[in-house]
Design a binder for this molecule. Structure first.
Ligand code: NAD
Length: 479
């Protein structure tokens, strides 16, 4: 057992919320061994029965929603409404995947030979290693665990080191739902120890990872020697396009919600606003006024608009990008400061920050800052807007505000992202559609919806010959 420990602290106050083991390779070994043993029975539990356990788990999550929401405002920092949304997403995902217990459809097809039956079925793979970030501390574990479990896999979860308490609470609730012991296991601690040991373990054939691009590359390399299935959900640099015919009031609402919600710490946050030159000035002044009216504070207080960012390293990184933007020649319109008034100095609070006169190639318009900072980029027409929106390495979410249906459809076709919104911000995914991105945001897989099942199953094609004689495909079919 790991003897070293680490603390979880509130980003709003610095209060210590709990102490957790810094799991090491030996802990990972034990967790994987337990999961491997449990797999032999769990894979044989009929999928509808597995679904019933998930239904009960979803009901328990509903009952615990208020408590988990409150804990999230303390441990992760997001404001109450968003924390409730995070838990709700887990509830929705669990109900949705529970229903898959009575679907998990394959195909039946005609055979090219007489008296022969063909079908394909999904089969579980084994022990899934799930590695998750802190920014959706209940939702993201549910996106991975619910589909992994319904398909008949067992799991070792390594949650982010910033939100271990929420992860423990989440996993504990599976017991009450009746999940057999050993099907879900948790290890705590840091990426370079617990995380890497999980990725390298020979008995973990599937790694599902959400986090930064850099870590995603490291995970891929570490998993390569054993040719593991690796599912990656990585960063974003998402843009909202506002055309000259847009409903500006609506666009402002969408931008404020997408840029400053969760203090900009969403993979789908709008960190770029691409505005048509005719509405640029009007949009800029409205956005600045809105940003300056936002109240910073702890997430659990009802009138807080913007909570803290996750930790010291995050606020230092965010602040360093303010300097980078200024050095690059962008105009700091508002924010750009660590907030310290009153009790805010006990936590990590950063003022909503807007840069104007941003060139599309500047670092603040290209790199993921993961904080409440957004960059306004002026464009002359629709085609330039699409070019700028696509001119980055990431491809997670995009949005366009326009009343022109032709331009909306061209944007749906041409924006190179996994998710596109029309007349809404860049956030707000629903659990029954694929979630994920193109380019450096991932490696071609998708979370959520039916597509998630592809991460957690292998296809098996089965041919049943009831002719009583040897029939050779491609040979005996020739007439
Ligand atoms: P991170 O990459 O630092 O950490 C994510 C997880 O990986 C943590 O649990 C960490 O301990 C672990 N880890 C770190 N190094 C590891 C290693 N070498 N081997 C194995 N595991 C390792 O990311 P973060 O700061 O927690 O999260 C923020 C990032 O996540 C942002 O880039 C954001 O865009 C991205 N994100 C993406 C999505 C998506 O669905 N596309 C959703 C949420 C967050």
């Amino acid at each position: 057992m790991a003897t070293e420990t680490f603390e979880s602290t509130s980003p709003a106050t610095g209060e210590v919320l709990g102490t957790f083991p810094k799991s090491d390779a030996a802990d990972v070994e034990r967790a994987v061994e337990t999961a491997r043993a449990a797999f032999e029975t769990w894979r044989l539990v009929p999928a509808p029965r597995r679904g019933e356990i998930l239904y009960r788990f979803a009901q328990i999550l509903e009952r615990e929603k208020a408590a988990l929401t409150d804990l999230m405002t303390h441990e992760m920092g997001k404001v109450k409404a968003e924390a409730g949304g995070d838990v709700q997403e887990a509830i929705d995902m669990t109900y949705y995947m529970a229903g898959e217990g009575r679907r998990l459809w394959g195909q039946t097809t005609p055979s090219e030979l007489p008296d022969k039956f063909n079908m394909s079925v999904r089969v579980p793979i084994g022990v899934v290693g799930a590695i998750t970030p802190w920014n959706f501390p209940i939702a993201i574990p549910s996106w991975k665990l619910a589909p992994a479990l319904i398909c008949g896999n067992t799991v070792v979860l390594k949650p982010a080191e910033d939100t271990p308490l929420l992860a423990d609470r989440f996993v504990e609730l599976f017991d009450e739902a009746g999940l057999p012991a050993g099907v879900v296991n948790i290890v705590h601690g840091y990426g370079d120890t617990a995380g890497e040991a999980l990725v390298r373990h020979p008995d973990v054939p599937v790694i599902t990872f959400t986090g930064s691009r850099e870590t995603g590359v490291a995970v891929t390399k570490a998993a390569a020697d054993r040719l593991k299935h690796v599912h990656l959900e990585l960063g974003g640099k998402n843009a909202i396009i506002v055309l000259d015919d847009a409903d500006l009031d609506l666009a402002v609402e969408g931008i404020v919600w997408s840029a400053f919600g969760t203090s900009g710490q969403r993979c789908t946050a709008a960190s770029r606003v691409i505005a048509h030159e005719t509405i640029y000035d009007a949009l800029q002044s409205r956005l600045v006024a809105r940003a300056e009216s936002m109240r910073l504070g702890p997430g659990w207080e009802d009138d807080t608009d913007v909570g803290p960012v996750i930790n010291r390293a995050a606020i230092e990184k965010i602040h360093s990008y303010t300097k980078i933007g200024q050095d690059e020649g962008a105009r700091l319109l508002t924010g750009g400061e660590i907030a310290t008034e009153g009790d805010l100095d006990k936590g990590f609070f950063y003022r909503p920050t807007i840069f104007g006169d941003v060139e599309a190639g500047m670092r603040i318009a290209q790199e993921e800052i993961f904080g409440p900072t957004t960059a306004l980029i002026k464009v002359g027409d629709f085609d330039e807007a699409i070019r700028v929106a696509n001119g980055i390495r990431f491809g997670l979410s995009s949005s366009i505000f326009t009343r022109d249906v032709n331009k909306a459809f061209r944007a749906m076709r041409d924006l190179q992202t996994g998710i596109t919104y029309i007349n809404a911000g860049t956030t707000g995914a629903e659990v029954h559609l694929p979630f994920g991105g193109t380019k450096d945001t991932g490696n071609g897989h998708r979370e959520a919806g039916q597509t998630a099942l592809d991460v957690f199953t292998e296809w098996k094609s089965i041919y049943v010959d009831y002719s009583g004689r040897l029939q050779r495909a491609q040979i005996d079919t020739a007439s």
